[in-house]
Design a binder for this molecule. Structure first.
Ligand code: APR
Length: 247
């Protein structure tokens, strides 16, 4: 059996699927992954040096502008075949989507209840209280960044989880519960270098799940995968759903 057929068979037989996605699933929508070289104006910065609480403390305007640029990229991008395939999968079998992505491409493809481990680029928070700042307030209070309306010492900050920050406990628990409950787990387009997300396949496998990885490059999880499909997500996932329909 070839790999796509095996994936299709496993998915068809599954009772509960967990799909864990990373930046690679949005690569075919034109959004640079984290560990790709950045282009244009931001080419001389590394995301690891911008997406941290220390970077924001050092130079809030720089970090604010980087996120504004990324927000524009996301607004111009469209979901690709892989995002649509994940949404279609959930219509065929109970599926929990856990994404590390802060873009909204899964949601725009129809996966409305994704568990967003690393927050959302569309949200803005108070840097002190972490309370949400409303979009209308932001529109009326420009600044790079504006001061927070929720705390005198706070600034508006992107609603994403930065390197070194903890994930919200309830979000992490939902993801771990889904990992323990699934019988098939797919890791799609993640370099599997950032924990706790990268630990979800191990939790699932520990509870008996079958694990497939879809990624053109090997990752630290590759050796433990039951199936590896070294192909772009936008090809592999729709192909598996097509084979499922035909078989
Ligand atoms: N299809 C599938 N996988 C792809 C594709 C594609 N078309 N293109 C690239 N990839 C893979 C790369 O091979 C790489 O392994 O996607 C992965 C992207 O890795 P990262 O950029 O490290 O993204 P991710 O794993 O989501 O990063 C995790 O780290 O920077 C933090 O918080 C940020 O959520 C992010 C987290």
């Amino acid at each position: 059996m070839n790999a796509i057929h095996e994936l299709a068979t496993r998915l068809r037989q599954a009772r509960r699927v967990l799909v864990l996605t990373g930046a690679g699933i949005s690569a075919e929508s034109g959004i640079a992954t984290f560990r790709d070289a950045q282009s244009g104006l931001w080419a001389r910065f590394r995301p690891e040096d911008l997406a941290t609480p220390e970077a924001f403390q050092r130079d809030p305007a720089l970090v604010w502008r980087w996120y504004a640029w990324r927000r524009e990229q996301v607004a111009e991008a469209r979901p690709n075949a892989a995002h649509y395939a994940v949404a279609e999968l959930a219509r065929r079998v109970p599926t929990v989507l856990v994404t590390q992505n802060v873009d909204d491409l899964h949601q725009r493809a129809g996966s409305v209840d994704a568990i967003c481990l690393h927050g959302s680029i569309a949200r803005t928070l108070c840097s002190v209280t972490h309370r949400d700042i409303d979009a209308d307030w932001l529109a009326a209070n420009p600044g790079e960044p504006p001061r927070s309306p929720h705390h005198a010492d706070g600034l508006a900050r992107p609603g994403v989880i930065w390197f070194g920050e903890n994930l919200p406990q309830n979000v992490l628990e939902l993801a771990c519960d889904a990992a323990r409950a699934c019988d098939v787990i797919l890791a799609v387009g993640t370099s599997a270098m950032v924990y706790p997300a990268a630990g979800l396949p191990s939790i699932a496998q520990h509870h008996g799940a079958w694990f497939a990885e879809i990624n053109p490059q090997a990752t630290p999880l590759t050796p433990q995968a039951d199936l590896v499909i070294a192909a772009p997500a936008g090809i592999a996932l729709p192909a598996a759903l097509t084979v499922w329909k035909e078989s």
